[in-house]
Ligand binder design. Structure first.
Ligand SMILES: [Zn+2]
Length: 497
């Protein structure tokens, strides 16, 4: 017997429909119609929802790291990415099961039922044990995950001109920085691990977990590594996710290295295709946007993170207008450090609409799709039916508290249906998420998880956080800053973003 979910308004494909009910059976949506139609068709079925609710597809967080606790709380303050990354190496370690469980619970509370997890190993040699543990944490939370075990094989210290940088350093720093290039995990080991994980955990039936390749960042990975990752994923109908063009220095790196843009170079080596998702893309060049659309490349937009790490603002209105699939990701770095997905959509929408009458519009419906259907497409692939509330699709959905959003004394005609997507984007926040369903199961009812107490997990995490040594600003920072500042003096025209 199916469950019928009904609401005053339902958001479908970014637009609001009045009195649309859906029937869920097993893990899928099996029918849709007015509530009267579905009540008549399935007498005796469970009914959830009603006029006090807005029914929306659940969100997909298209790029994150599942650290559990924010980096600032772990004593690494926000900074330029190139300086911030150096201190991330000293983050206190949290057991990966607990970090993933806690991350999953917080995301579910925000209406997110699927996450792309880019793993940060606490040590490379532990990577083969950490990934299954993180998968177990997400499974316990009841959230879908696209798992990205990372790999890098070059440019760990600086993106390019390593000798030049080393020459800037005083002798004793130079000695310590000199071996900053090595990780003790070979590319061959990586693909053996990936294959093993794929065989054991990739779920192509219920899509609870996907195993995907992740050369961690364009500048940190050789062409051979990126090509091999694409080949691996294509042969298995999986995907590849790469951090790309997050900072201006990554754009300059491409021009210094190949004399062309990063995206042109990826095209030259055959890496661009609908199997690929690029995270950040703040510094994508306008001329390359058409090419991304043609090749079907996905982009994960991380507006808060890009602001907090002083990277800039990605041109998402232009990308969306050109037909690039742009999805939203939290990157574990939301503006208020609370993994609030609705607020992240609000920020993406507000800042995505830039000044000047010539600017491309970014409408509310488009931003809704960036958080739901498109985010799901670029995370699991377009053939996994998620994020649209269509019949035949997976039943991942949220009921939002309409009265809490509209205000208790608002007239019945408020908000007007046509303005609902904009209204929700402007006012919605995680506290408005009441019920969350993942694959036909209620994981959250009235904001409470079905079988895990968030506070217990939070308490356990804080008991287990191991601050080995307080992270200190590195003496390298001043030299790194000066080194990259010189890159700005180059002849490349750099727009402000
Ligand atoms: Zn990231």
């Amino acid at each position: 017997m199916p469950t019928i979910i009904h609401a005053r308004y339902t958001l479908r494909g970014g637009a609001a429909v009045e009195d649309l009910a859906i029937a869920v059976d097993g893990d899928a949506i099996v029918d849709a119609g007015t509530s009267a139609e579905l009540f008549a068709r399935y007498p005796g079925a469970d009914r959830v929802g009603g006029d006090d609710f807005i029914l929306v597809p659940a969100f997909t967080n298209a790029h994150d790291h599942g650290r559990g606790v924010g980096t600032l709380a772990l004593e690494v303050p926000d900074n330029f990415l190139e300086l911030w990354l150096g201190r991330l190496a000293h983050l206190p370690s949290i057991p990966p099961y607990l970090a993933a469980l806690y991350s999953g619970l917080k995301l579910l509370g925000s209406g997110v039922t699927a996450v792309a997890h880019s793993h940060n190993p606490s040590s490379w040699s532990e990577l083969p044990d950490e990934i299954p543990e993180a998968l177990r944490g997400y499974a316990e939370a009841g959230i879908r995950v696209a798992m990205h075990p990372p790999i890098v094989d070059q440019n760990q210290l600086v993106y390019a001109e390593r000798e030049l940088f080393l020459d800037m350093l005083p002798p004793e720093l130079r000695r310590r920085a000199g071996d900053g290039n090595a990780i003790d995990f070979s590319v061959d080991n990586y693909f053996a691990l990936l294959e093993d994980l794929y065989i054991n955990f990739h779920d192509s039936e219920r899509h609870r977990a996907h195993i995907q390749a992740s050369p961690a960042g364009g500048q940190w990975c050789s062409d051979e590594l990126i090509i091999r990752a694409c080949e691996w994923a294509r042969a298995r109908h999986s995907r590849v996710q790469v951090h790309m063009l997050e900072t201006r220095y990554q754009r300059i790196y491409a021009h210094k290295t190949w004399g062309v843009s990063f995206i042109r170079h990826l095209e030259d080596i055959g890496a661009l295709g609908d199997w690929l998702t690029l995270a950040h893309m703040v510094w994508v060049e306008d001329d390359d946007i058409e090419l991304l659309a043609e090749r079907g490349v996905g982009v994960a937009h991380n507006i808060s993170s890009n602001l907090r790490l002083r990277s800039g603002i990605a041109p998402i209105a232009m990308m969306a207008a050109a037909g690039v699939s742009v999805g939203i990701g939290l990157d574990g770095q939301t503006l208020d450090d609370d993994q609030d997905f609705l607020r992240e959509m609000r920020l993406a929408w507000t800042i995505g609409n830039q000044s000047g009458m010539a600017a491309t519009d970014l409408d509310a419906e488009t931003v809704w799709r960036m958080g739901t259907g498109v985010a799901a497409d670029i995370t699991f692939g377009a053939d996994v039916l998620l994020g649209e509330l269509e019949v035949g699709g997976l039943a991942d959905l949220i009921l939002l508290d309409l009265a809490a959003i509209a205000g208790r004394w608002a007239p019945a005609s408020y908000p007007p249906r046509e303005l609902l997507p904009a209204f929700l984007l402007r006012r919605g926040q995680r506290d408005h998420v009441r019920h969350v369903m993942v694959g036909g199961e209620w994981v959250l009812r009235d904001g409470k998880h079905a079988h895990v107490d968030l506070r217990d997990v939070e308490r356990e995490i804080w008991q287990r956080v191991a601050f080995a040594a307080r992270s200190q600003p590195s003496r390298l920072d001043a030299y790194l800053r000066e080194f990259y500042r010189r890159w700005d003096d180059g002849e490349l025209p750099m727009p402000r973003r």
